[in-house]
Design a protein around this ligand. Structure first.
Ligand SMILES: CC(C)(COP(=O)(O)OP(=O)(O)OC[C@H]1O[C@@H](n2cnc3c(N)ncnc32)[C@H](O)[C@@H]1OP(=O)(O)O)[C@@H](O)C(=O)NCCC(=O)NCCS
Length: 139
């Protein structure tokens, strides 16, 4: 992802997350983090997928993933996450949090081999909801 993609990524996140989407400032600070890598999928000059991935030593985390509603169930999120994990060096485990009610995302993560390891009570706001904590251990 390049800084020039920011406006389109912000629109995609608003479409996918509504009120709880990242602000312009949170997107900029994610882009500036040294341990973060943001990736976009572009089709005909339109951004249809976004992933924010972080790595500290041997631990990775999926911070955000979103695919345009018109382009879902085509393997885009799976490809984004798989590519991030495969291109990371020295990775041993990957963690993430997901809203308990987010069936598509939980289905995505389980299909990739993530396992549920805990619950963070009331972790999310707008609306308030528990987070499921998931982990993948790499071979
Ligand atoms: C979750 C999300 C990123 C999935 O993106 P996607 O590109 O449609 O996912 P993929 O096509 O790569 O799906 C891979 C697998 O995930 C699972 N999956 C994806 N969407 C699903 C759904 N609606 N219901 C059940 N399982 C689903 C399936 O196992 C799927 O494999 P299959 O299509 O071969 O059955 C997308 O729905 C999205 O942007 N949602 C809104 C934002 C969001 O909730 N992000 C996650 C925050 S934690």
């Amino acid at each position: 992802m390049l800084p020039a993609h920011s406006e389109q990524v912000k629109s995609l996140l608003e479409l996918c997350f509504g009120d709880s989407a990242w602000t312009k400032e949170s997107l900029r600070s994610q882009l500036e983090k040294s341990d973060s890598r943001c990736t976009v999928v572009v089709e005909d000059d339109r951004i249809i997928g976004f992933l924010a991935f972080e790595q500290v030593l041997d631990e990775g985390s999926i911070v955000e993933v979103a695919v345009h509603p018109d382009c879902r169930r085509k393997g885009i999120a799976r490809s984004l996450i798989t590519a991030a994990i495969q291109s990371a060096e020295g990775l041993n485990t990957v963690f993430l949090e997901v809203r308990e009610s987010n069936t598509p995302a939980v289905g995505l993560y389980e299909s990739l081999g993530f396992e549920r390891i805990g619950v963070r009570k009331g972790y999310y706001q707008k609306p308030k909801e528990d987070a499921v904590l998931m982990k993948m251990t790499l071979m």
